[in-house]
Design a protein around this ligand. Structure first.
Ligand code: ZN
Length: 618
């Protein structure tokens, strides 16, 4: 049946195909707005009514679930433009301007292509002839208006969400372990009623506190074949997934689990269709404590974050390279907290043959001056001395005490296994009692219960089998002989360290065992401060004189009119040494003063007489 066809549709339009383009922005909208999609699908009724044959109608519906905000590829949109440009399309049908594009500029492209190929636009039954200046003008106004309206609506919704969050109603999706419930004016979060979900969340936190490493928690979950709960996107159905590093990290670092609600960490900028998510400064976040009950205390959560942070520092330390730098990968800059790089002397330019630890800091990124540069040999010597001191025999006792810590971990794991078995057993018993109580005539209920009981019994068997076949290995308790051996080794360590047969690789490994981080701060032109953070958690502070520090001091003393000999004596008394770790001699002072022309004329004269070689201070 052909309706009264609008006069703009000519026979040459009918000879070409009718393109129906529709789209819904997000996958969630696809699920929720079934009505809207049905309305959009109805658009194909128009071409049928106006004389196109059913086989001439081409549906461009591949972009369902794709936003038209620009920057996102819409394959069917591209196909439509191509087909129009090829002169295959007589008219394009859509339910709304915003379906075609959220941006007026993109709509303009469509308008241009349609204009060039004499293709009509039909927006919800209203014909737009792009070749009619009047129609084109109106279409542009509508597209611009649609863009403005869309931006305005998103902004209004965003502000409403922010206001709601400020009032203390959570507006975002709850993380796993919580569900959102409607209460009074808004939603609120409660703990998931599913005991298994709650149990798993608690286990992740308690295991991390016990094992102290994300990887160990992951291995623990895998070893016990435990899955992680997760909500499917959109519909929110509960799923059990294999544990992953990322998922565990996400749970451990989410403050929602200690009862803290956070909102507004990112925003869309510029607002409207062209916007992209950008981070919001921390002071503008909405942070509401106590909106929902936590799984752990705030103190415990903070403790876990601290642990994660310090582990990250350790993980980030790449194993040392093949060079001879002892502290490679462990030294950080006290000024900018970046890692210092080891720089070995270039063969030609640097004749000193000495390595350096350098903080390129802001230099690499912003071209600012280098942050810190410290003589590698001097720092290595200090660290070696400190490490040997840390491994001194008295401290071995402390290392042995650590064995007790390992035992504590073993006991906790063992207890966990027992608890798990106990829980499974009591569940089976409970179900058994239920089965006996239930009226045998209610078949459906009995069948369900029997099924649950069977599952529970299988679980008990599985756990019993695991405990029998894969028992936990108890940590070794060092025997008297082993303790004695370790003590002996520790006493021998200084000799072993100096032994030419010991490679740098071995020395570096020892440093990495004991030292977590070395932080260098430049405190004055003559000295550095070196903080050593030990694996045990302790931090020791050391002062380190710069290799050329004696020069500045010598200059000062010379200005007071002292002779080279007394300057050298004073420097030695104050602990200054040359870069080669030898005492500063009178001759060296003389040469330096001569070179820098800061000395007394008499000193300079005697220096000239002694005809000092320039190589002395190079
Ligand atoms: Zn720096």
């Amino acid at each position: 049946m052909i309706d009264t066809r609008p006069i703009q549709i000519k026979s040459h339009h009918l000879k070409r195909k009718a393109g129906v383009y529709e789209r819904v922005s997000t996958p969630r909208q696809v699920e929720e707005s079934v009505g809207s999609i049905a309305h959009q699908a109805n658009q194909k009724e128009y071409p049928l009514r106006w004389g196109w044959r059913p086989d001439q109608i081409d549906l461009y519906l591949g972009d369902l679930g794709v936003s038209a905000s620009g920057g996102v590829s819409r394959p069917d949109w591209q196909r439509l433009l191509r087909d129009i440009a090829n002169g295959e399309v007589g008219a394009v049908f859509s339910s709304d301007h915003s379906r075609l594009s959220r941006l007026a500029a993109t709509f303009e492209t469509l308008l241009e292509v349609c204009c060039a190929n004499d293709t009509l636009l039909v927006i919800d039954g209203v014909i737009v002839n792009p070749n009619d200046p009047n129609d084109r003008f109106m279409a542009r106004i509508r597209a611009n208006f649609a863009e403005f309206e869309n931006a305005h609506r998103t902004d209004r919704m965003r502000k409403a969400r922010l206001a709601k969050a400020k009032e203390g109603y959570p507006v975002s999706r709850p993380p796993i372990g919580y569900i959102a419930m409607q209460k009074g004016k808004g939603r609120h979060w409660i703990k998931d009623p599913n005991p298994q979900v709650r149990q798993r969340i608690l286990e992740i936190f308690s295991q991390y506190e016990l094992l102290g490493s994300l990887r160990k928690v992951l291995m623990w979950l895998r070893e016990h074949d435990l899955k992680l709960p997760s909500h499917a996107r959109g519909a929110g159905e509960l799923q059990w997934k294999n544990p992953s590093h990322l998922a565990i990290y996400g749970i451990l670092t989410n403050p929602a689990y200690c009862g803290l609600y956070r909102y507004g960490r990112t925003e869309c900028w510029p607002t409207g269709a062209r916007g992209k998510a950008r981070p919001v400064p921390k002071e503008r976040w909405i942070v509401k404590p106590g909106l929902h009950s936590g799984y752990i205390t705030v103190a415990a959560w903070n403790r876990i974050q601290e642990r994660l942070r310090s582990n990250r520092i350790m993980d980030n330390n790449q194993p040392g390279g093949s060079g001879n730098a002892l502290c490679q990968g462990r030294v950080t800059c006290g000024a900018c907290e970046r890692r210092l790089q080891t720089r070995y002397p270039a063969r030609r330019s640097d004749k000193s043959g000495r390595k350096k630890y350098v903080c390129w800091g802001a230099n690499a990124q912003y071209g600012e001056p280098k942050c810190i540069q410290i003589d590698g040999d001097i720092l290595d010597a200090l660290v070696a001395r400190e490490v040997l001191r840390a491994f001194a025999p008295t401290d071995v006792e402390t290392i042995l005490l650590a064995a007790d810590d390992m035992n504590a971990g073993y006991t906790a794991l063992q207890r966990q296994r027992e608890d798990e078995l106990e829980r499974a057993r009591s569940r089976a018993q409970l179900l058994k009692a239920h089965v006996l109580q239930v009226d045998p005539s209610k078949r459906l209920a009995t069948a369900e219960l029997h099924k649950d009981l069977d599952e529970a019994l299988v679980q008990v068997q599985e756990l019993e089998r695991r405990n029998r076949e894969q028992p936990l290995t108890p940590p070794l308790r060092p025997t008297r002989e082993v303790i004695e051996e370790i003590r002996q080794l520790a006493a021998d360590l200084p000799n072993l360290w100096a032994d030419p047969a010991t490679t740098n690789e071995h020395r570096r490994r020892l440093v990495r065992l004991a030292v977590r981080q070395i932080r260098v701060i430049s405190i004055s032109p003559t000295s550095w401060e070196v903080d050593i953070a030990w694996a045990s958690g302790a931090v020791t502070r050391n002062a380190l004189l710069r290799p050329w520090a004696w020069r500045a001091a010598a200059r000062e003393l010379a200005a007071q009119g002292l002779t080279a000999a007394s300057i050298a004596e004073a420097l030695t008394r104050r602990g200054f040494k040359t870069r080669e770790d030898s005492p500063v001699t009178a001759r060296l002072v003389q040469c330096f003063l001569f070179r820098s022309q800061t000395g007394h004329p008499a000193q300079l004269k005697s220096a000239r007489r002694s005809n000092a070689g320039a190589d002395l201070w190079l």
